[in-house]
Design a protein around this ligand. Structure first.
Ligand code: GAR
Length: 203
């Protein structure tokens, strides 16, 4: 079976990237990470890519005048590696129309909350401050909004008495590491059907 070529964009520690690499390597996922790109040169995600012998590319945002110009450079790298699906994994930049046009309905993101609640930064803090009893994570297609695209999969976790941002984040992260590879697997197998903002999973 031919493998879907993934481009993973990550700004930080890259634990979601690692869960995707691991799922690909044990054969759970008919996909391979073709390239990892970061907007932060020191991102541990780049190191993880190198350790797995995956091309790791730092594209420095400071050398571009606009988000569009930056994304043009990122798209060039993605195309160089024949990427078919872009996975944002702790990528802390908004994607511009340039990237959306190059990869229409072919960009996924994982967010650490049950969208549409708590989009944007510090989702776990927002959930704690609001006082919800459940939070979780969401994998969704990326559109021009912030965490507004069609929802593919969600997983819920309880918010416990005495939770801190860190303890809640850790409980959610455990689910992220399961959910993201599963969403990519469904995409790779052609099992996701997008109809407006609704995503159906074909059995
Ligand atoms: C994850 O919790 C991810 O959901 C979140 O950043 C963390 C990255 O961790 N993403 C966002 O908040 C995007 N808005 P990781 O670098 O270990 O994968």
């Amino acid at each position: 079976m031919t493998k879907l070529r993934l481009g993973v964009l990550a700004s930080g520690r890259g634990s979601n990237l690692q869960s995707i690499i691991d799922a690909c390597s044990v054969g759970n996922l008919p996909a391979e990470v073709a390239v990892v790109i970061s907007d932060y040169g020191e991102a541990y995600a780049l190191k993880r890519a190198q350790l797995s012998h995956i091309p790791a590319v730092f594209v420095d945002p400071n050398t571009f005048g606009s988000r569009e110009d930056y994304d043009t450079a990122v798209v060039e790298v993605l195309q160089t590696y024949d990427v078919e699906l872009v996975c944002l994994a702790g990528y802390m930049r908004l994607v511009s129309r340039k990237m959306l046009a190059a990869y229409p309905n072919k960009i996924l993101n994982i967010h650490p909350a049950l969208l549409p609640s708590f989009p944007g930064l510090h989702a776990q803090r927002q959930a704690l401050e609001y006082g919800v009893k459940f939070s979780g994570c969401t994998v969704h297609f990326v559109d021009e909004g912030t965490d507004t695209g069609p929802i593919i999969l969600q997983a819920a976790v309880p918010v416990l008495e005495g939770d801190t941002e860190d303890s809640l984040a850790a409980r959610i992260l455990e689910q992220e590491h399961r959910l993201y590879p599963e969403a990519i697997r469904l995409y790779a197998l052609g099992k996701l059907v997008l109809n407006g903002r609704k995503v159906s999973v074909i059995k």
